[in-house]
Ligand binder design. Structure first.
Ligand code: DON
Length: 561
């Protein structure tokens, strides 16, 4: 249900010069799940109501999303989880895909030395070794309280008994139909015997149900060894893919120290490398913290200029310094230090746009619903923030025959060629070049903000390169602009990523007057568009209540109890 709260809307209309739709909203006393899929949020909510903790609910929601939201929910992809536990511990789990052992630096270059983006995005070679199953089971094993069978049961039921397709998902299948048409297992999965599914049809996924049962019965071996592994490897061998049995059985998720910093008295916990998300989020917050954003105001020339310049500098650092820390030395602590932010921002000129020097202007690629974020809070004080993806929408579009799930195309997140944009227009260098067994750099930014050890805000988003800026703005809207969580998520967003030197913004984020003022100080290429930036399914934790909101830019669902 879309709810227009009179109070919040009044506040929002006061702050913003136009009216915006708010997302699905729920407030409850105990726990909350906010995700892109109502059915999956309900799965998580039921687990919480059974007495499960936030980790149990996040794992159940994650497996359910693989069934109900196939463009990004996945078994064949990867993700990141940030957790703050009731006992005060903060953790992050990296289950990002890895390059297969047979991958090589120049594998996506054609004879002329150019990146073959079709190979990097739409082939068996575009798939990294999937991490989601290992990651979700690892989280459950270490911090869950329910059994594997209990948390997988709802996903198995949804796959086996099917569910009624809504407009959103049926529309996605229609939009992707041509991509699936020539891949028999994909056509079989996403069409009704070759015809389009309509909203209202029941969608059953028998092959996926048997894969989920194998995982439920055998744990990670049900995916990384045995029948499912055989199906993956057979499909690889038949199609020039690289993933081997050894790659699958070797795959391990990694617990990493989360990125931690403070912002105006709040603690911020986010994802470390191989995501660039946490580092860049903190870099930008550090650059902004010395400024009185509250007085400068939301959407003003001064605030927007500050944000663009922070974004420009942080994203420039990403291209040079960020990569898989198991392979390259990532100077994360230096990048996130307040001292470094002061130095980096010392050349900020309030009256002049910065120069992305030597820039070749380009345009961004429109994002599609290809990554998803969900947030889970339980009544015990545990908070879980998860972003997961196949990379582009429906990943490589390739369903593993007989196994019922899509392969990711995450290999395109590597820098296939130095200083050459990937599908998000992001450039990279040696730190993110392809190497066997390496994880590709990500922008996913699952984040938890705490105050005096207690979770306040759980957020994250899809959107490729825009993810980090979406999270930045949700955090600023709550902490600086004191917005309600609904308004914080609904408010229109801006995005700059250093290169291309373009300020992309949602209509309403920058008024015509402010756009003129920004141009006058040298911000070129201001592009306002109705195309949405991000999908931040977010939870706010109050004194004795929890609020969940699904981003109004998309269909979604919140379920509390
Ligand atoms: O890990 C990353 O940064 C990308 N593969 C995420 C892709 C994404 O967010 C697409 N969503 N719209």
């Amino acid at each position: 249900m879309k709810r227009l709260s009179t109070f919040f809307t009044a506040c929002l209309l006061f702050i913003l010069p136009f009216s915006i739709a708010l997302g699905e909203y729920e407030r409850s006393d105990h726990g909350m799940v906010a995700s892109r899929s109502e059915l999956s949020s309900e799965v998580g909510r039921d687990i919480l109501a059974q007495g499960g903790n936030a980790i149990d609910a996040a794992v159940a929601t994650g497996f359910a999303l693989a069934v109900t939201y196939p463009s990004a929910g996945n078994l064949g992809g990867g993700g990141f989880m940030v957790l703050t536990l009731a006992n005060g511990e903060s953790l992050s789990l990296d289950y990002r895909e890895k390059a297969p052992a047979d991958a090589s630096r120049d594998m996506f270059l054609d004879a002329a030395g150019d990146v073959d983006s079709n190979l990097a995005l739409n082939s068996h070679q575009s798939a990294g070794i999937p991490g989601s199953v290992a990651g979700l089971l690892e989280a459950l094993d270490k911090y869950g309280s329910l059994s594997r069978e209990q948390v997988l049961a709802p996903a198995i039921r949804l796959a086996e008994e099917g569910f009624i397709l809504n407009n959103d998902i049926a529309g996605q299948f229609r939009g992707q139909f041509n991509n699936f048409r020539n891949i028999p297992a994909s056509l079989q999965t996403f069409s009704n015997a070759g015809s389009l599914y309509e909203s209202g049809d029941r969608w059953l996924q028998a092959d996926l149900a048997s894969t989920l049962k194998a995982i439920s019965d055998q744990g990670r071996d049900g995916f990384y060894r045995g029948r499912v592994a055989d199906l993956i490897v057979a499909d690889m061998q038949a199609n020039n893919g690289l993933i081997t049995h050894q790659d699958l059985s070797d795959y391990q998720p990694v617990w990493r120290e989360p990125i931690h910093s403070t912002y105006r008295g709040f603690d911020v916990w986010s994802m470390p490398a191989p995501s660039s998300g946490g580092v860049l989020l903190v870099q930008m917050l550090n650059m902004l913290e010395p400024y009185d954003i509250v007085s400068l105001g939301w959407g003003t020339k001064e605030t927007v200029h500050l944000m663009i310049e922070a974004q420009r500098r942080a994203y420039a650092d990403r291209a040079e310094h960020l990569g898989d820390p198991d392979f390259v030395d990532v100077p994360a602590q230096r990048l996130i230090s307040k001292e470094y932010a002061r130095q980096r921002f010392a050349n900020f000129n309030p009256d002049q746009a910065g120069d992305s020097a030597t820039i070749t202007a380009g345009s961004w690629i429109n994002e599609s619903p290809d990554t998803t974020h969900y947030s889970v809070m339980d009544e015990f004080g545990n908070a879980v923030s998860v972003t997961t993806t196949l990379n582009r929408s429906y990943g490589s579009k390739i369903v593993v025959p007989g196994a019922g799930f899509l392969l990711n195309n995450e290999m395109d997140d590597f820098s296939s060629k130095p200083d050459t944009p990937n599908s998000y227009g992001l450039i990279g260098r040696v730190a993110n070049e392809i190497q066997p067994g390496k994880r590709m750099l990500s922008s996913m930014t699952p984040t938890i903000v705490t105050k005096e050890g207690k979770p306040v805000l759980l957020t994250g988003s899809p959107g490729g390169s825009t993810i980090i800026n979406t999270v930045l703005q949700v955090v600023m809207n709550v902490i600086d602009h004191k917005m309600s969580v609904e308004a914080a998520v609904a408010s229109p967003r801006i995005h700059h990523q250093w290169l291309p030197n373009t300020v992309r913004y949602e209509i309403g984020a920058i008024s015509d007057e402010v756009a003129g003022a920004l141009q006058a100080i040298g911000h070129q290429n201001l592009n306002g568009s109705r195309f949405p930036i991000g999908d931040a399914n977010t939870i706010f934790v109050g004194e004795n209540f929890v609020e969940g909101v699904s981003d109004p830019r998309n269909v979604g669902g919140v379920a509390g109890f």
